[in-house]
Design a protein around this ligand. Sequence first.
Ligand code: SAM
Ligand code: SF4
Length: 427
Amino acid sequence: MNFADTELVLGVLTNNGFGVTKELTDANVILLNTCSIRENAEQRIYGRLENLKKIKKEKPETIIGIIGCMAERLRKSLIEEKKIVDVVVGPDEYRRLPEFIDTALGGEKGIGVKLSRTETYDDIQPYREEGLSAWISVMRGCDKFCTFCVVPFTRGRERSRSLSTIISEIENLSQRGFKEITLLGQNVNSYNDDHYDFADLLASSAKVDSNIRIRFTTSHPQDLSEKLLYTIAENSNICNYIHLPVQSGSNRILELMNRTYTIEHYLNLIDKARRIIPNVSFSTDIIAGFPTETIDDYLMTIDVMQKVRYDGAYMFKYSPREGTKAFNMIDDVSEETKGKRLNNIIELQQKISFEINQSQIGTEEVVLVEGFSKKSDQHFSGRTDSNKVVVFPKNDEIKLGDYVKVKINSATSGTLLGELKINGTLI
Ligand code: SAM
Ligand code: SF4
């Protein structure tokens, strides 16, 4: 999401006469796009600011700005404590960035941190370099207020972009040769433009170009409709892959988290999706060590992982965030226990991913060729519909952006290795 926002910010700036440089030392303006979701994300930015002190010392006229969630959350302390910061702009004030940079050039601090109930940047063309994959934010903010999460406070209330401008953006990306588009939102299932819901948006997106793969993230388990599952099943270029964060396997913890579903509802949803979409795969988010989590609660999370058998997972230690409801709960799980539980969860997920990948050996997968293997430029790398990385020997008849069939010969927990079968298209 921050990657998409960075493209948006570059769109605003390039429309206002700014250019882009890849060299930090050439820049007149350096903006750090920030995330507040966990403590360590913020710590990394403080580290970056330390590194930028040298540039500011050598070139004091360089404007340094913090944009995104940290700007929203820490506006005052950033300005007061981090003397090198000239600009602080939150996620709903990017339109005015040129103005805030001007203010900073005039010697004052440029600060814009108002949240909006309507801003969707619908009319702003993001700055995108040529490539195969693009992200499109279809909505902003979040109304769910999970008790651990800072997003509703840093990114404001939920609002959707219009379906028509999203489709025009996909048409433009199709003409430019993009092959994969990911529709983004904190809870895409509650997308709503007049009488269009997210299933309508997905179906319209898929129709633009049958050679473009459509992905989406994130789905909240409370709002994932049957209509959406059928839409995925009926459109071959909508990927059979659903990121469905579970967070915990314990109903008591889910309630404390204000996740608004039970584990029974969640598992039913998984079953339903598997019935409607053959070969669907799932990934998830899991938090270890939420306040009051007992060994039994943690074992219930392990149980859900064993029942669902996710293809992949993002797994985190609970990180208390000031201003959230959970911040006031007693954080009574020790760091050591959180760490141990997280490690066990990661280990189990690796084992499951390895087993699932092993079961792919001998199958033929349609792969979008996206680049070269990290380890060797004699091997192509791409992904399957279910988002698995596939590496196979390079072939001169194949170019990046082609869809090819690859026979899988071996697998690790993160990668499938195979050989080329035939060149093909998605349909
Ligand atoms: N909107 C998405 C959803 O609810 O599924 C997730 C958005 S959030 C940016 C990504 C993930 O970060 C969450 O699913 C959660 O697992 C994790 N997360 C959020 N707040 C956290 C916290 N305070 N401590 C640890 N993990 C957190
Ligand atoms: Fe945060 Fe919950 Fe909204 Fe996701 S749904 S962004 S976890 S409040």
